[in-house]
Design a protein around this ligand. Sequence first.
Ligand code: IPE
Ligand code: IPE
Ligand code: MG
Length: 246
Amino acid sequence: MPDPRPIEIPASLVGGTIPKHVAIVMDGNGRWAQRQGLPRTVGHGAGEESLLDTTYGALSLGVRVLTVYAFSTENWRRPVDEVRYLMNFNSGLLQRRQHELHDQGVRITFSGRRDWRVPKKVMKNMDSAESLTGANKAMTLNIAFNYGGRAEIVDAVARLVADKVPANKIDEKALRSRLYHPELPDPDLVVRTSGEYRISNFLLWEMAYSELVFTDVLWPDFRREQLFEAVEEFQRRERRFGGLDK
Ligand code: IPE
Ligand code: IPE
Ligand code: MG
């Protein structure tokens, strides 16, 4: 199914800098459901539409990479039923949506640990989405799944050791090249929904100089319009990277 809504990019965004890489902490699903007296899992389900609409919005803006935080290394602490739901839901979402995303030229990748806790069926759907869409060029949708920023850095350090890199050759470039996706640029813009002002172990290395935008909107209510608003906010920021104004 192609983009179900016509693309209307706000005039105010045209001509401004479009972030190459946008990363989103998709938060607030449980609260969204509970406010309506529904089980938390209904909120996760409702987030599917938000993800697809936001992906189309990013595509139409010309964003090159969209990273979304779908499941953290800490989310295993949730009740087993919710964890099971999230595993099945994410796996089903890939199955349901990979062809649609493929038709739009989206490459699907994953950041995170593929350890024993991730069910085989989920792993299979991840592999299949990756191989189906691997050659696509329109945009990369990078799904952070069983992802932790600290775990990613630990894994990179373990690789440095496995590669027998001598201490005097360890620099930022050597470490960065061992992160999960060294080919992706660092995020220019990180958005967190649901009114929480924290990072929750997301992209710790990569967001060193990202612009952060926080919104009270809960993830199931988030659509491309909210992405566009975040990009407008991004365009008002002045990035200095430790240097001085131009
Ligand atoms: C985000 O929504 C989805 C995941 C963390 C998997 P939450 O489930 O964290 O929803 P809230 O924050 O409890 O409302
Ligand atoms: C961050 O949200 C993880 C994801 C969105 C997948 P959480 O809901 O897990 O974060 P905390 O617990 O509020 O910090
Ligand atoms: Mg949350």
